[in-house]
Design a protein around this ligand. Structure first.
Ligand code: PLP
Length: 390
């Protein structure tokens, strides 16, 4: 029998865990009624939804009523940004953000800019860390909202969100943080941070795809984007009960897993080993992202292979049973280098040949060893073919 697939790509490595699958199945079989119904079966579904809300609230350290269920981080981001903008006074028509956000933020800001909203991009320090001082200098009376991610999806760089939040709070500017990559992988006590709105996504922590939440701290004013009575009139539409119960189960598991710091250290050491092995086997490869390890999330590495096309390498790896991704996973398949890497100052020939590898709680030492060996062999093979063609 051939070797099992090795998942080192951000979207597949976090498969729904068995307890999550059970919760989704229970929702479909036992709790299929509408939680808005007044009758008893409906109310019993409501109770399940509220238990899931408590689990998500516990994972990020807030009260359950601060949790709005959405279809994932893209929708949460949309609700946070549009919701704050439409609730803000007419004089506040500026958003401050960065060029290294997930495209859910970048594309939305681009479309808002076409409708007259002014977008300011904060400067970046080497390695793709937001220059908090530079960002602070951009905050004036016209700013309605600042949106900066907690950890980057391509490089794992961790942003100074506390400092950015303090600067916003001092000026009474709303601060939205895209926490998709952070939540479930790192302990989060939102109540002790100056973050006003936090987006999160279930499939980043072993819950199902297509479910997420927006956390809105008390006193933050937003207007709904999807109108309706659900979610305290903040997000209309009958609740995705299977997704919500799956998210609740995933949140419970993540909270329990996060209690043991040695697990994160163990996996971080595996990530470091993967990098070391690849860099030893491909001496001209480079790691994209901050040099300081404490500024990178434990699960991510982004490696540039000069002179190679990321897509060719991805396809060859896939043939050999290793799943990785290039740039933002959703833009894989395009030949353009990642705009995030380019914005960080990565040279174009390196950005063209950069892949990202992500670990999950389930990644094993064997995955890392075999995955690194396969990467080294595939790079060598592509280089041999390129040399023959030259
Ligand atoms: N933000 C970041 C940082 C992400 O990594 C992702 C997912 O890839 C998203 C937003 C979008 O999340 P979703 O797929 O739940 O809409």
């Amino acid at each position: 029998m051939g070797r099992a697939t090795i998942y080192l790509d951000n979207n597949a490595t976090t498969r729904p865990l068995p307890e999550v699958v059970d919760a989704v199945q229970r929702a479909l079989v036992e709790h299929w009624q509408n939680p808005s119904s007044i009758h008893r079966p409906g109310q019993s579904v409501r109770q399940q939804v509220e238990l899931a809300r408590q689990s998500v609230a516990k994972l990020v350290g807030v009260r359950p009523r601060e949790v709005i269920f959405t279809s994932g981080a893209t929708e949460s981001i949309d609700l946070a940004i549009r919701g704050v903008l439409t609730a803000a006074p007419e004089s506040r028509r500026t958003i401050v953000t960065t060029r290294i956000e997930h495209e859910a933020v970048r594309d939305l800001c681009e479309s808002l800019s076409a409708s007259g909203i002014s977008i300011r991009h904060a400067p970046l320090l080497p390695g793709g860390i937001v220059d908090a001082e530079g960002l602070e200098a951009m905050l004036d009376e016209s700013v309605a909202l600042v949106s900066v991610q907690w950890a980057n999806n391509e490089t794992g760089s961790i942003q100074p969100v506390e400092r950015i939040g303090e600067a916003c709070r001092a000026r009474k500017i709303a601060f939205h943080c895209d926490g998709s990559q952070w939540v479930g992988k790192m302990p989060t006590d939102l109540g002790s941070t100056p973050i006003d709105l936090l987006s999160l996504s279930g499939h980043k922590f072993h819950a199902p795809k297509g479910i997420g939440a927006l956390i809105v701290r008390p006193g933050v004013r937003i207007r709904p984007v999807l109108r309706g009575v659900q979610e305290q009139e903040r997000r209309g539409g009958t609740e995705n009960v299977p997704g919500i119960l799956g998210l609740g189960a995933g949140a419970e598991l993540a909270s329990a897993w996060l209690e043991d710091v040695s697990e994160r250290e163990r996996l971080g050491a595996l990530r470091d080993r993967f990098e070391r092995l690849v860099l030893e086997g491909v001496p001209d490869a480079v790691v994209n992202g901050p040099a300081e390890l404490s500024l990178r999330l434990w699960n991510t590495t982004n490696i540039g292979f000069p002179g190679l096309e990321a897509e060719a390498l991805l396809l060859l790896l896939s043939e050999r049973g290793v799943c990785a991704s290039a740039g933002a996973a959703c833009s894989s398949g395009s030949l353009d280098p990642s705009p995030v890497l380019l914005a960080m100052g990565v040279a174009e020939p390196i950005a063209h040949g950069s892949l990202r590898f992500s670990l999950s709680r389930e990644t094993t030492r064997e995955d890392i060893e075999a995955g690194a060996q396969t990467v080294i062999e595939c790079v060598a093979r592509l280089r041999r073919s390129a040399a023959r063609l030259a």
